[in-house]
Design a protein around this ligand. Structure first.
Ligand code: MLT
Ligand code: ZN
Length: 399
């Protein structure tokens, strides 16, 4: 980095390269790609403090494997856990399916070591749970997508591995029922809720060919509870919740739980596998607005582009909608129309254009939908302070 800084050579830091917005991909042609893959050493795990310390190139699944004998787990889980790296996770503040239970990755990071654009190292590798000593610099690098520094080491607070879990899938006819189920789940399942995911019938059609005995439903809600309480009590809790609905299935054994999760996890994979082009949006708003936003985009596209198909799925309880549009070929007009409709909706409702995937290169020009002019100007000032020659991941986040 020192050399690149002196020679003004742009650098693209890269972890597992599993991001969704092109943050780890060189796109100008003159960048050095800085892979962190071989910095994959796990330094230590301190069971008294439940903190793991490791290098950035460690693959998420390997960290989980390492933690398992201690009875702990990483606070995030993603579809790409077999290849994504913790440094990339931290640099993008990645979300995923444990967000509801354990909060953002940001809130679980205790320390970092970072190399700045000029080659200087800042050691912020704290393992303290409490540290209130002024500006918390690590937060500038978490979610900065490699634009302010290169994260080389991390300290992560880890939650305990829970002994039992029960998963349920509900079939619902109205979107409002899915939203109402959020409060019902909180009331009936309380602190044992581990995940609440949802998807629509279009997503179900591409994800699954198996019959679940739920019939045709317009929406599906996957609810998981996890706890150290005994399995029977956990199951009773879930049954109490499930009893409120006419269409639902329950899974307690590993195979059936996996097959229910597969229905959800298959959706992005099935979209990827479809011939044609998928336009992916990862937005944040109040859960009661997801269907309204989707119908609005669908309505705007339907008149001119009848072949375009709209899919909604996501992390309902986190307020994170994955709105995907598929068309037989890429069409810039579809992209423009979808974005102007969706982003105007977000502006109106103070939503976010990126709930968990980051900004990268794909969303950079729309940052002003979710951030004020003054906020973006302050971000630019920070970028200049850390990287005056703009060598670190140029044109990502801020274009
Ligand atoms: C997911 O939750 O499945 C991903 O974040 C979104 C995607 O891959 O479309
Ligand atoms: Zn997601």
């Amino acid at each position: 980095l020192k050399y690149c800084h002196e020679q003004r050579v742009p650098v693209v830091p890269q972890g597992g390269n599993t991001g969704m917005v092109g943050g780890s991909v060189p796109h100008r042609g003159d960048e050095v790609v800085l892979s962190l893959s071989r910095m994959n050493k796990i330094h230590s795990f301190d069971p008294t403090n439940a903190v793991i310390q490791c290098q950035s190139g460690c693959i998420l699944d390997n960290l989980n494997e390492y933690l398992r004998p201690y009875g702990y787990v990483m606070p995030l889980d993603l579809g790409s856990s077999g290849s994504c790296q913790i440094g990339g996770n931290v640099a993008t503040n990645a979300g995923g399916i444990r967000f509801l239970r354990y909060g953002s990755l940001r809130s679980n990071i205790l320390g970092l070591k970072v190399v700045l654009a000029n080659g200087d190292t800042i050691d912020l590798l704290n393992t303290l749970r409490k540290d209130n000593t002024g500006y918390d610099l690590k937060h500038l690098f978490i979610g900065s997508e490699g634009t302010l520094g290169v994260i080389t080491d991390v300290c992560v607070a880890t939650p305990m591995l829970l002994a039992n879990s029960v998963t349920a899938l509900l079939g619902l006819d109205y979107y409002e029922d899915a939203v109402a189920a959020l409060s019902a789940a909180r009331n009936k399942l309380g602190e044992s809720i581990a995940a609440i995911e949802y998807w629509d019938s279009a997503s179900m059609r591409i994800s699954s060919t198996t019959q679940l005995g739920l019939g045709d439903c317009r929406f599906y809600l996957l609810v998981e509870v996890a706890s150290n309480m005994n399995l029977e009590s956990l199951e009773d809790r879930m049954m109490d919740f499930l009893g409120m609905y006419s269409k639902g299935v329950l899974a307690t054994d590993e195979g059936k739980k996996k097959s229910l999760w597969k229905l959800r996890e298959n959706i992005p994979l099935a979209l990827k596998g479809m011939n044609g082009h998928t336009y992916k949006y990862d937005v944040s708003m109040s859960p009661h607005l997801f269907n309204q936003a989707t119908l609005m985009v669908q309505h705007h596209l339907a008149a001119e582009y009848p072949h375009a198909q709209v899919f909604q799925y996501g992390h309902l309880a986190d307020g994170n909608l994955h709105l995907n549009i598929w068309s037989p070929t890429f069409d810039q007009e579809i992209k423009n129309l979808a974005e102007s409709t969706l982003y105007e909706f977000l502006r109106l409702h103070r939503g976010s254009i990126s709930a968990e995937h980051g900004i990268g290169v794909l969303k950079a020009k729309h940052l002003n939908v979710s951030k004020s002019e003054k906020a973006i100007a302050t971000m630019r000032n920070l970028k200049f302070l850390f990287d005056p020659y703009n060598i670190l991941n140029p044109n990502k986040v801020l274009n």
